[in-house]
Ligand binder design. Structure first.
Ligand SMILES: CC(C)(COP(=O)(O)OP(=O)(O)OC[C@H]1O[C@@H](n2cnc3c(N)ncnc32)[C@H](O)[C@@H]1OP(=O)(O)O)[C@@H](O)C(=O)NCCC(=O)NCCS
Length: 84
């Protein structure tokens, strides 16, 4: 998000829209996301959208010259049978 547009709820709304599309149109059971360990704004956006922490992935992504640990989150979208 551009620096002068942050903290206005825009990424919250985008994540909510993506989750609705994945649940209602694609039909997936679960969605997963990761953030840097201490990235509070990203973790807040996930929390606002019903994601729960499920663990830590060591050296998950190469960012700014280093392999960085990430916190992993998931949201269960529905408990029905898998989409056919
Ligand atoms: C992370 C990012 C994508 C979030 O987008 P956004 O549109 O600003 O997010 P939203 O406005 O929907 O929500 C942000 C939430 O985090 C909160 N927040 C912001 N800074 C925070 C901080 N330092 N600690 C805790 N919460 C924080 C906001 O208050 C808001 O929560 P609230 O609605 O309960 O008040 C955006 O801040 C960004 O692009 N940051 C810079 C790039 C970056 O860090 N990208 C991700 C890592 S690769």
């Amino acid at each position: 998000m551009a620096a002068d547009r942050r903290n206005r709820g825009l990424v919250d709304a985008a994540v909510a829209s993506v989750c609705r599309t994945i649940r209602d149109i694609i039909g997936l059971h679960r969605i997963e996301a990761t953030t840097l360990l201490d990235h509070a704004p990203s973790q807040r956006v996930l929390e606002m959208n019903g994601f729960e922490p499920i663990g830590m992935a060591p050296r998950y992504l190469h960012i700014d010259g280093q392999w960085r640990d990430h916190r992993m989150f998931q949201r269960i979208l529905h408990d029905g049978p898998p989409a056919s």
